[in-house]
Design a protein around this ligand. Structure first.
Ligand SMILES: Nc1ncnc2c1ncn2[C@@H]1O[C@H](COP(=O)(O)OP(=O)(O)OP(=O)(O)O)[C@@H](O)[C@H]1O
Ligand SMILES: [Mg+2]
Length: 220
């Protein structure tokens, strides 16, 4: 069976830095359909680099990444952007909402790359995340928890197979963090896969397994 995410002997170096940085070294990792995996490790150990490479946002120096059997870096840049939009949802600590669009349009923005604008789907997600009354507000007018719920709604818009999340609870209080983790768990229970970078011990209660990384390498 093809894994939702298959990272095979992945390495990423930054040769242009003053001193070459080997951020990710020979990492092999598989995530099955419906699996929720937490990725932990000290600051600077390569977590975000690994996540971005896994999501098709950062070309690796070596190795490969497949999502549901598609080798991301054998696609053209346009092909990869489209595949990413259709199959992968991203959630970040800093939300990355578009400041001049209201919540509804931020959610609909997920459809720009796929061309499948679907207002009904946006309304449904607004309702699901308790944002209907906030639909016409720009991100600056939202609470922190609302911003992250909007980001989660956008990530889910295209019904991705995989969600990649980088410290998504980093700016949230306890209740909002808990509710976000429950949303991610629910996504996994429905058959989606989650790779979540975190320092937050609360994640352990929701993830199926934790993978540790140290100085660019997986620690088994
Ligand atoms: N564009 C870049 N150019 C040069 N070095 C980089 C670049 N991006 C990341 N690095 C380096 O790669 C290493 C891994 O960085 P990364 O951001 O993946 O760590 P991290 O585990 O996510 O850390 P944190 O927990 O602080 O977010 C660090 O030494 C970092 O300085
Ligand atoms: Mg990071």
């Amino acid at each position: 069976m093809t894994a939702a995410l298959s990272v095979d002997h992945l390495s990423k170096s930054f040769p242009d830095a003053a001193e070459e940085v080997h951020a990710v070294i020979d990492v092999t990792l598989e995530i099955a359909d419906g699996e929720f995996v937490a990725l932990r490790g000290p600051s600077g150990c390569g977590k975000s680099t690994l996540l971005m490479a896994a999501g098709g946002l950062l070309e690796p120096s070596g190795g490969s990444v497949s999502v549901s059997g598609t080798d991301l870096y054998s696609l053209s840049q346009d092909g990869r952007a489209r595949f990413r939009a259709e199959n992968i949802g991203f959630v970040f600590q800093q939300f990355h909402l578009i400041p001049y669009l209201d919540v509804r349009d931020n959610i609909l923005a997920a459809s720009l790359a796929t061309g499948a604008g679907d207002e009904k789907r946006a309304e449904e997600l607004l309702g699901h995340f308790g944002l209907t009354h906030r639909a016409r507000h720009v991100p600056a007018a939202l609470s922190t928890g609302e911003k992250q719920r909007a980001a989660m709604a956008r990530a889910l818009f295209n019904s991705p197979k995989l969600i990649l999340a980088d410290e998504p609870t980093g700016n949230l209080d306890r209740d909002n963090a808990e509710s976000l983790l429950e949303q991610l768990s629910a996504f996994a229970s429905d058959g989606g896969s989650v790779l979540l970078v975190t320092h937050d011990a609360r994640v352990e209660g929701h993830s199926d397994r934790t993978v540790e990384i140290s100085e660019g390498r997986l620690v088994s």
